[in-house]
Design a protein around this ligand. Structure first.
Ligand SMILES: [Zn+2]
Ligand SMILES: [Zn+2]
Length: 171
């Protein structure tokens, strides 16, 4: 596979209107900052597939990726891996004067694939990144991770000394 890269010069694909090309890519997306934590993509490049079609006056593009994020579970803070499937489409038709048809990731025919991949991953993420769907989080009293404890985790609550006093009076 080709070395990872950040931008693609669309004109070098040499496509004519109606033609398309599929590219298998290795991407290195920028880490994401979420809720004060950083989520990175590990040391391996993220595989991606880019389909580019030449339209009458521009390009239509589709990016597919399966990314693995590394970072802390948002509920129990245990370092975990999260996989996310991404499918994103962009259209760039310069000269039409239509904002909708102008991709923010294409400048002078250069596609900023790293920026697109980063944003597409951020949009595809679930609301919260959990180590598992039913993550039980942390004990509010002692902070222990409640997942996979061998027995039920309960704290004996100290009896309120005022109640003891009251009981004495009632005896
Ligand atoms: Zn968790
Ligand atoms: Zn506890």
């Amino acid at each position: 596979m080709a070395a990872p890269f950040n931008t693609i010069d669309l004109s070098t694909l040499g496509l004519r209107a109606g033609e398309g090309r599929r590219l298998d890519l290795e991407l290195i997306p920028e880490p994401l900052a979420l809720g004060g934590e950083t989520y990175d993509f590990g040391s391996e490049p993220t595989p991606g597939r880019l389909d580019v079609s030449r339209t009458s006056s521009g390009h239509a593009m589709r990016l597919e990726m399966r990314a693995t994020l590394h970072g802390r579970c948002m509920r129990c803070l245990t370092p975990s891996e999260f996989s996310v499937e991404v499918e994103s489409r962009e259209i760039d038709q310069p000269g039409t004067g239509d904002e909708e048809l102008s991709s923010p990731y294409v400048t002078e025919g250069e596609l900023d694939i790293a920026a697109w991949a980063h944003d597409a991953i951020a949009l595809a993420l679930p609301q919260s990144l959990l180590c598992r769907e039913d993550c039980a989080g942390l004990c509010p009293e002692c902070g222990i991770v409640l997942n996979d404890l061998p027995e039920e985790h309960v704290h004996e609550s100290e009896p309120d000394p005022r109640w003891a006093k009251l009981r004495e009076l009632m005896d």
